[in-house]
Design a protein around this ligand. Structure first.
Ligand SMILES: Nc1ncnc2c1ncn2[C@@H]1O[C@@H]2COP(=O)(O)O[C@H]2[C@H]1O
Length: 668
């Protein structure tokens, strides 16, 4: 009672901040209500006018024509956003997500403190921090305005027309919650003295949809949705415990908890005593705080001395102990929260309720707890299953492989190698996602864009593709396959027919002699190999056979490109093909693997379709014609030179007009 009286009198003492706040909220409320009334009226008049047009047209389907009229209204087309104030909001943008986070943080205040206001000790704090409510309300109002500008999709197109956006919001069921959340109920004292409860309307917005918005957006953005899901569950539990605990304390207040004892259902201080700590030591007689246990021997005393001895004993021990005094609020809140948590998780172990209301409350709580925990346990179960799904699928494959190897009596060394490969695959993350499944699910164009993002960096490092047309690279990227090789695994052997080429993504590969004893070169990430036998390089002594063996040094991740895929892509890019072959020739020439006499024979290796072959031949004919023209010119010039006994400087021999001609005497 005394507490209530003091709170009432202090509540009447209005601070300057409080006065400013009340004026501000009154002002805002008046303006906002005027604004919305005007907008609602304007919208109503517009809609009425359109309905009139529709009625005049005397059409059967009034509603569909009404929609049609709205769509065709030329006024809508005229109103285009321009200037700073005519901004629109993309609800999936980063700034709006940040704003949503801020709104949710602000909304934590009423979520926590509205319930906490049942504890009288919190009131001074709430009164002191009252002016902060100004900021919180401002955020709520800005959020309300921002929501009238949120773009929405109509017929697949984002609507940015301001009046349409406003109208859309006005018609939304959430708009009313936004308005309820900004009503300054506390300044109107509709809840009388207990004004802290008046801010409960702020929760209308928060609980119903803004937290939900935040959760949905975070779910789509986070890379650990399971961790976020767990966080959400814990948060929801804590909030429910908090509100239920505060309600329990409120009921205890109604039942006057100050006289309650340990065995009562309601809150009692006896249930949460302050801890008493010994202020002396037991094993050091020299210490002045030595605990004299002789005091305890009272059993041999005559009865009349017992009372005196006990009192002196109490006094003695009072001097030898320290009581840790926790704040009133802490004890009240801690026990209420504990009671709430125990009841909701249906663990019980609480004093039994002794009135009908207490019984009903306890039953309600237990039912609520059952429902909540059924949902939570189900959710956590789903989460655990989802986390382990991929792993259990992978384990199944591994088990299958092991069983297969036992059944087929595979040697132990190979078994070990296969198991190690599986372990590497899982640890390296390669087996944790199914790229093929994702590729099937995503539209090809989108998957292409993602693949370009992932592989472009590696492909750009590849010397062979240095000057390639970016479009060719794009085509190639879509055809790449990732393959993992174990240590000392041969990727190709000298003399094999080449059917694919490789790009080292991670790890090292060694180009070795046929017997594997001599290592010619070690290729790190970004290098290409296996291209020589699939490019049909004219004059390649090895034709389409591998020029060397290549093996993986440790574990290596390689992108594999099929010969046919490469040629299919190259068909569209003949210049890129020439440049690739040119580079191949350079590599082969270095190793003296080009035989000029074989150039004519190489056509036999062409691996494309008949149309491609024709095109290829045309290209070759053009090349040869040009070579013959050049040769003819050379012959013509040297013939002239011979006739005139002139000498021709070789560098300019291909160009008659610019040829520097020099006769033996040094004169023209
Ligand atoms: N001396 C070398 N230096 C670098 N790479 C080589 C060397 N010799 C062969 N290779 C690569 O090893 C590959 C073996 O298959 P290919 O002949 O198709 O293509 C070969 C080249 O890519």
């Amino acid at each position: 009672m005394t507490e209530n009286v003091s709170i009432t009198s202090s509540a009447r003492r209005e601070t300057f901040g409080g006065l400013v706040y009340r004026i501000y909220v009154g002002f805002c409320f008046e303006h906002i209500s005027h604004y919305f009334t005007c907008q609602a009226l304007k919208g109503w008049v517009q809609r009425a006018r359109k309905r009139l047009i529709v009625f005049r047209k005397n059409d059967v389907d009034i509603e569909s024509n009404f929609r049609e009229a709205i769509r065709e209204d030329p006024e809508d087309e005229e109103e285009k956003p321009s200037g700073f104030l005519s901004f629109t909001v993309d609800e999936h943008s980063n700034p709006f997500y940040t704003w949503t986070c801020l709104v949710c943080l602000v909304a934590m205040h009423p979520l926590i403190f509205t319930a906490l206001s049942v504890f009288n000790d919190v009131h001074p704090f709430l009164r002191k921090t009252g002016p902060f409510n100004l900021i919180f309300d401002l955020v709520n109002i800005l959020d309300l305005i921002a929501h009238t500008r949120i773009e929405y999709v109509e017929n697949g197109v984002a609507v940015k027309n301001l009046s349409k956006l406003f109208h859309h919001r006005l018609m939304s069921k959430f708009f009313i919650l936004d308005v309820i959340a900004v009503i300054p109920a506390e300044s109107m004292e509709v809840f009388g003295e207990s004004f802290f409860w008046a801010r409960i309307n702020r929760l209308a917005k928060f609980q119903v949809y803004r937290l939900f918005d935040f959760s949905t957006q975070t779910d789509t953005r986070t890379t650990s949705p399971h961790a976020f899901g767990l966080f959400k569950l814990i948060f929801i539990c804590l909030v429910i415990f908090h509100w239920n605990g505060c309600l329990y304390f409120h009921i205890s207040k109604v039942y006057n908890y100050s006289t309650a004892r340990l065995e009562h259902w309601i809150f009692s201080y006896d249930k949460i005593i302050n801890p008493i700590l010994a202020d002396c030591v037991t094993d050091s007689p020299d210490d002045k705080h030595f605990c004299d246990t002789d005091d305890l021997l009272i059993t041999h005393l005559p009865e009349n001395e017992v009372q005196y001895t006990v009192t002196s004993f109490m006094t003695t021990w009072d001097n030898k102990t320290t009581t840790l005094k926790f704040a009133n609020f802490f004890r009240q809140y801690a026990l209420s929260f504990y009671w709430s948590a125990l009841t909701l998780v249906t663990l019980g172990e609480q004093p039994s309720p002794c009135t009908t209301f207490q019984n009903a409350f306890e039953i309600g709580d237990t039912l609520l707890g059952l429902v909540i925990f059924a949902v939570i346990v189900g959710d956590v179960g789903n989460m655990v299953v989802a986390i382990n799904l991929r792993k259990s699928e992978f384990d199944n494959v591994l088990d299958g492989c092991k069983r297969f190897m036992v059944y087929r009596k595979v040697p132990n060394l190979l078994r070990k190698k296969a198991v190690e490969y599986f372990t590497y695959l899982w640890a390296h993350g390669g087996a944790q996602v199914d790229e093929e499944e994702i590729a099937e699910f995503l539209p090809p164009r989108l998957f292409g864009e993602i693949a370009v993002e992932i592989h472009m960096d590696t492909l750009k490092k590849v010397k062979l593709f240095e000057d390639c047309d970016p479009r060719l690279l794009y085509e190639l990227i879509l055809k790449l396959q990732l393959r993992v090789y174990s240590p000392m695994d041969y990727i190709c052997k000298k003399g094999d027919v080449g059917t694919e080429m490789y790009i080292v993504k991670e790890g090292f590969v060694e180009v070795v002699s046929e017997d594997g004893q001599t290592i010619f070169v070690t290729l790190p990430a970004g290098f290409v190999f296996g291209e020589l036998s699939i490019l049909n390089i004219p004059g390649n002594k090895n034709k389409n056979l591998r020029t060397a063996s290549v093996r993986s040094k440790g574990y290596s991740d390689l992108y594999v490109l099929d010969k046919e895929d490469l040629w299919e892509a190259l068909r569209e890019y003949p210049h890129a093909k020439d440049s690739l072959i040119e580079k191949g020739i350079q590599i082969l020439e270095k190793d003296k693997m080009i035989d000029p006499n074989m150039v004519d024979d190489e056509e036999g290796d062409f691996s494309g379709s008949i149309e491609d072959y024709m095109e290829h031949l045309n290209h070759e004919v053009l090349k040869i014609t040009k070579m013959i023209d050049d040769a003819e010119k050379n012959i013509h010039v040297s013939h002239l030179a011979k006739q005139k006994d002139y000498c021709i400087v070789p560098e300019f021999s291909t160009n008659n007009e610019n040829a520097a001609v020099w006769n033996g005497n040094g004169t023209d």
